[in-house]
Design a protein around this ligand. Structure first.
Ligand code: FE2
Ligand code: FE2
Length: 301
């Protein structure tokens, strides 16, 4: 019977009305099923219940994307209809419905069964491995721009991470770290916000201010230059900065890079000066994630 239900969900994924595209079947649902099968013994969960819940947990928004925001409410109801058609016992249906209702990281529904824990964990791990389908969602379906889409996906992964218990975080940490690396940022450590260091020519004071605000609003700790109002060249010209002090500032900025999880290069108009170039090389050497304000030709990355 589970094969027939898998066929129903697969057909819904292939339908034109599915806003996520067929990839949600091949990149997400099948992976959640696979992880549930693997994790059921770990959680001492009923393998049939978690298999059914994995197949049907996102069924409502696959059929109608407007139900996405409340799909922890709609998918259990859709699952109930399907399972009743196939004559499943009431207790199986109730167990599947609860697991689906509690599977989301963004909605606080208490997980009261090992099947609910198992599905939530499998769903989270699948998200870490399903970057292509999440990118399809933000860039194709929701038409977000690059930064907005990456921030949305990152926030989703962070919620998925937060819903894992410590034991499962240990099992999933490599997938989580590599997923975040793909998005151009380092993972939060011990629940603390990521630290970003801004790098670029001090002539772009306004870009520093804007990036500082944007990154802070995105929940990151920002390390920046000492002055946003005057460039180093202006400070040197007025005598407020000596050549020796300038060299010290460059050294100080490298210490900031050391503290950061990632650097954001403010390459306004594509400009990357000599000292910024050396900061990029330093960040690369230290294995920091590197983001750029403006797209750069691949050969220069
Ligand atoms: Fe979901
Ligand atoms: Fe899901």
């Amino acid at each position: 019977m589970t094969d027939s239900i898998a066929e129903i969900v697969k057909r819904a994924c292939a339908a034109e009305t599915n806003a996520w595209g067929y990839g949600i079947w091949s990149h997400h649902i099948t992976k959640v099923v696979e992880h549930c099968r693997r994790l059921a013994p770990v959680f001492k969960a009923d393998p049939e219940v978690v298999h059914l819940a994995a197949l049907l947990h996102d069924y409502a928004p696959i059929k109608d994307s407007t139900l996405y925001a409340e799909h922890h409410v709609h998918s259990p109801l859709e699952a109930e209809k399907v399972l009743k058609q196939f004559g499943y016992p009431a207790e199986t249906i109730e167990a599947v419905k609860h697991a689906i209702a509690a599977h989301r990281g963004s909605v606080k529904v208490e997980r009261l069964s090992p099947e609910a824990e198992c599905l939530a964990t499998a769903d989270a791990i699948a998200h870490f491995e399903s970057i292509p389908s999440l990118l399809y969602l933000v860039y194709v379906t929701r038409k977000m721009d690059i930064d907005e889409g990456a921030a949305w996906v990152r926030a989703k992964l962070e919620r998925s991470w937060a819903k894992l218990n410590p034991q499962m975080q240990e099992l999933a940490k490599e997938q989580y770290a590599s997923a975040l690396k793909t998005l151009g940022t380092a993972p939060k450590t011990n629940g603390k916000p990521a630290i970003v260091c801004l790098c670029g020519s001090t002539r772009f004071g306004e870009a520093f201010q804007q990036a500082n605000l944007r990154e802070t609003l995105a929940g990151r700790i920002v390390l920046s230059t000492g002055s946003n109002s005057k460039s180093d060249t202006e400070l040197l010209a007025t005598g407020e900065l000596t050549e020796e002090a300038k060299a010290n500032l460059d050294g100080l900025h490298r210490h900031k890079i050391d503290l950061a999880d990632e650097v954001l290069i403010l390459n306004v108009g594509g400009y990357i000066g000599k000292s910024t170039r050396s900061e990029i090389e330093y960040a690369e050497l230290k294995g920091k994630a590197i983001r750029y304000l403006e797209p750069i030709p691949a050969t220069k990355a």
